[in-house]
Design a binder for this molecule. Structure first.
Ligand code: NI
Length: 297
């Protein structure tokens, strides 16, 4: 387990969670997350473990290419044991618990593979505008499975931009923009202010749902592979009109805003695949019709 206890526990700033109950992240790092809207790097697993997960992932890409895009790629933890393990990585849960408290659900676990084509990029955007989720008890843990560097097009973020609130986005549908609609924030962004969130395989970053972020093309020789795990508390509610689902990964859900998903005990079991098909159909019928499909990183 990755424990950082390098600073005395004090009454923290923004979080409603009692800092005396902090798990793994020091109060200094929690304060930095609330100040900047992001935090990195945090260690999730060894480079060897990340390499092993890459092997699983690449095998799934070969056997089930149809699951590697769209809504299905947000919910691989429902049909594969390795993604079910990744979203329950103790060091990630401990860090997220430091920010959101002891009761945690996973709303999605999205695979982001950026090929080394030197072209595909992601424009400046906020994630929160498109998900339908109320309440900001949401954080994303972005786990690197291959090196995320400035050269390979790691995420870039503007410190403090989560305090701008929801900003209008213009849909450009630009070629090579990995966002589903080429969304661009309607706000002047100073590239000089951006911070590169470089991560080694096995490390992750945490970011707020409203922080402004983007990424450049991958100019390295390897795919940039990451998994964006969206953690929410049971208090978060889906405001679009459909029964949304999530996986309880720590603590308890006494509220019931989400239909709870089942952990798979083997990969691609027909029952789990049928359940995934139902989840995909509900999300596609509502979120995507409402123009609120999940944004890429
Ligand atoms: Ni994003």
């Amino acid at each position: 387990m990755f424990v950082i206890a390098d600073a005395p526990l004090t009454r923290g700033p923004v979080t409603s969670y009692d800092p005396a109950m902090l798990r793994s992240l020091s109060s200094e790092r929690v304060a930095r997350y609330h100040r900047d809207g992001f935090l990195h790097p945090v260690l999730a697993m060894t480079a060897d473990d990340a390499a092993r997960q890459r092997t699983h992932l690449e095998a799934a890409q070969r056997s089930h290419p149809e699951l590697m895009r769209g809504v299905a790629a947000q919910k691989l933890h429902v049909v594969t044991t390795w993604m079910a393990d990744i979203i329950r990585t103790p060091a990630i849960l401990d860090a997220v618990e430091s920010l959101l408290g002891p009761n945690l659900l996973v709303w999605s676990s999205t695979l982001f593979v950026k090929k080394p084509d030197g072209k595909s990029f992601v424009s400046w955007h906020q994630d929160g505008n498109y998900w339908g989720l109320g309440n900001d008890e949401i954080t994303t843990a972005w786990l690197a499975i291959s090196p995320a560097t400035a050269e390979s097009g790691c995420m870039r973020m503007i410190p403090g931009s989560h305090k701008w609130g929801a900003t209008a986005h213009m849909e450009t549908f630009a070629d090579d923009n990995l966002l589903s609609r080429g969304q661009v924030m309607q706000r002047d962004i100073s590239e000089d202010a951006a911070v590169d969130l470089a991560l080694k395989p096995g490390e992750f970053s945490l970011h707020h749902v409203n922080v402004a972020h983007a990424s450049e093309p991958n100019r390295s020789t390897d795919s940039r592979i990451g998994i964006a795990i969206r953690y929410v508390t049971p208090a978060v509610k889906q405001n679009l009109e459909f029964r949304d689902s999530a996986t309880l990964v720590r603590g308890a859900d006494a509220i019931g805003n989400f239909e709870l998903e089942t952990r798979p005990d083997r990969d691609f079991h027909p029952d789990a695949m049928a359940n995934l098909a139902k989840i995909v159909a509900r999300r596609e019928a509502t979120m995507y019709r409402a123009g609120s499909g999940e944004i890429q990183n």
